[in-house]
Design a protein around this ligand. Structure first.
Ligand code: ASP
Length: 601
């Protein structure tokens, strides 16, 4: 039977008591972590968000009525205990923060009982994630998740304080907006008042924050909810939070300066870690060429080298023909790994194939029994040709060389991922490192084979680099953008750009992207109109807050730093969302469900 807490006031949280409190009468409230009856003594661990404190019920002290009630306690009962803090003396538990003390109980109220639990509330669990998400409110009682949610709170407060000090205004933008075509698929909300019409949930506050610059707010930020209806890959959620910002009268360096300050501040405040600034910068081209990725993990080296020139006339037709067809041959030197077992090389070849490559060619320098080279393509090459490759790769006896020959994007994807696999396999990654990196000078446009047209690599409002704009007609792929990403340990934490603020440049950009002036106006008219009335040059950036929190918490997944995440098919297992709705609700919206299509699925 549940009792009231009438007349009781909690003294402090369980783990806030110390040896300083010995002798004091206290009231604690929390959940029963576990309770053991040892004859005349009952030991009960009471837990709240601060931690655990041991309570002792001794029949002689608390009386038989309280003792009998204590004997009925089960895990996760919610209780209030009155008693005196005493020392545990030589029985102190060094594993527990409060292990030197305990509460000698004099009274107990059971505030509410708990049914049999679907799983135990423990730090370590091997309960299936689906079950934990169904009972997320219980899962969230577990200490590691409590810790993550605390960390996230601290992070948000640190961001807010810093942004405020830097003169940024926190401004909320609406979640019902107009659907726009660029980027991912929109989540739609049907309108009852305007039947047949829909709002979209924002993929990001991009256009609105630009309008706030037009309005003269100068510096804006927001912890913004964003929604994207994509098939979920690992570490994506249909709704997520961005640390979103925009600055007027700012260029690339201004954005980077503000954000290096932010990174320094939040890492110091949340983790006590000093991040060195300035953070290294690398152009997109260098990153792709050297590491095969626009978010290279620089916690280890193993750069990619181009040997196309060296092999363009060689005897190995795969290399020769690839170069002749406009492709390239690139390789990675793995120092001292020339004796890597064939099985491991095969596993790396599988990685290459997974990323669309045909395979990997290898050369183990001087690793055959007779001191010659072991090489998958050696029989097609002269000694001179092999030596030229070894020299170009800067290799020494005992090194392993791995090569891919393909089109540019494929070679990058293949070797970039083989490099990552090597980093893991050879244990080259310093797990304690915080390796930040700015990637700059992204291409403005990206050719889409699917759509047979150029797409904006960042978004259509991203400014080109002034010196490249001249190529927009003759060689659009060559135009670089004033865009930047912030990368941490090989993952993208955020990105942004300087925006286009000139009407003529924006119009041209829409034209290149294949928008007619009418369509551009229909979609983005409010922005184009606003830009007629004096628009400041502006720039911005957004981080995935969940991802930042995940890294800081050392969590495996962004779900572990979100209170109520969804699973891969975008459903919420606890609420049971999405769900069917009443016939009347649909009628109000003038919506008919196409049951045939649903059933066919
Ligand atoms: N709105 C952009 C995004 O969500 C970020 C930015 O350009 O500020 O990726």
């Amino acid at each position: 039977m549940a009792e009231s807490m009438e007349g009781l006031k909690r003294t402090a949280r369980c783990a806030e008591f110390t040896v300083e409190d010995i002798g004091k009468e206290v009231v604690i409230m929390g959940w029963v972590q576990k309770s053991r009856n040892k004859g005349g003594l009952i030991f009960t661990d009471v837990r709240d968000r601060s931690g655990i404190l041991q309570v002792i019920f001794e029949e002689d002290i608390c009386g038989s009525e309280v003792f009998e009630k204590a004997a009925t306690l089960h895990n996760e009962y919610c209780v209030a205990v009155t008693g005196n803090i005493r020392s545990r003396g030589k029985d102190a538990n060094t594993e527990l923060a409060t292990g030197a003390i305990e509460v000698e109980a004099t009274a107990l109220r059971i505030l509410s009982e708990a049914a049999t639990l679907p799983f135990q509330i423990e730090a370590d669990t091997n309960t299936r994630e689906e079950l934990r998400l169904k009972y997320r409110y219980l899962d969230l009682r577990r200490p590691p998740l409590q810790k993550n949610i605390f960390l996230r709170h601290k992070l948000c407060i640190a961001v807010r304080n810093y942004m405020d000090e830097q003169g940024f205004l926190e401004i909320e933008t609406p979640t019902f907006v107009k659907s726009t075509p660029e980027g991912a698929r929109d989540y739609l909300v049907p309108s009852r008042v305007h039947q047949g019409e829909f709002y979209a949930l924002p993929q990001s506050p991009q256009l609105l924050k630009q309008l706030l610059m037009c309005s003269g707010f100068d510096r804006y930020f927001q912890l913004a909810r964003c929604y994207r209806d994509e098939d979920l890959r690992a570490d994506r959620q249909p709704e997520f939070t961005q640390i979103d910002m925009e600055l007027s009268f700012a260029d690339v360096d201004d954005v980077i300066a503000v954000n290096e300050g932010l990174i320094k501040r939040i890492w110091k405040e949340v983790l006590g870690v000093d991040i060195k600034t300035p953070i290294e910068r690398m152009t997109w081209q260098t990153a792709i060429d050297k590491y095969g990725s626009d978010k290279p993990d620089l916690r280890f080296d193993l750069p990619i080298e181009d040997i196309s020139d060296v092999v363009k006339d060689c005897g190995f037709s795969v290399f020769k023909d690839t170069v002749a067809d406009g492709g390239m041959v690139r390789g990675i030197r793995v120092p001292g790994e020339g004796h890597m077992p064939r099985k491991k090389i095969d596993a790396l070849t599988e990685v290459a194939k997974y990323y669309g490559g045909k395979g990997l060619a290898y050369l183990c320098v001087g690793c055959a029994d007779d001191g010659s080279h072991k090489c998958s393509f050696g029989k097609f090459m002269t000694d001179e040709e092999l030596e030229a490759i070894i020299k170009a790769m800067g290799a020494e006896k005992g090194d392993l060389l791995l090569f891919a020959a393909d089109k540019f994007t494929k070679v990058c994807a293949v070797l970039g991922n083989v490099r990552l696999a090597l980093g893991k396999q050879l244990d080259l990654i310093d797990k304690s490192a915080w390796r930040f990196l700015w990637i700059t000078e992204f291409p403005l446009l990206e050719w889409s084979e699917e759509e047979n047209r150029f797409m904006a690599m960042h978004h259509p409002f991203t400014s080109p680099m002034d010196e490249d704009w001249q190529y927009i007609d003759s060689d659009p792929g060559r135009v670089r953008a004033k865009a930047y990403d912030i990368v941490l340990n090989g993952t993208e934490l955020g990105g942004g750009s300087v925006r286009i603020h000139r009407a003529d440049v924006q119009e041209k950009m829409f034209e290149v992207l294949g928008f007619t002036p009418e369509r551009a106006y229909e979609q983005f008219g409010f922005l184009l109109d606003a830009f007629k009335y004096g628009v400041p040059p502006h720039a911005g950036l957004a981080y995935g807050l969940d991802r930042v929190a995940m890294w800081m918490a050392g969590a495996e997944s962004i779900r572990d730093v979100m209170a109520f995440p969804k699973i891969k098919d975008a459903s919420d297992l606890m609420m049971g969302a999405p769900s069917f709705v009443d016939e009347q609700q649909l009628k109000d919206l003038a919506i008919k469900i196409d049951t045939e299509t649903i059933e066919a699925k």
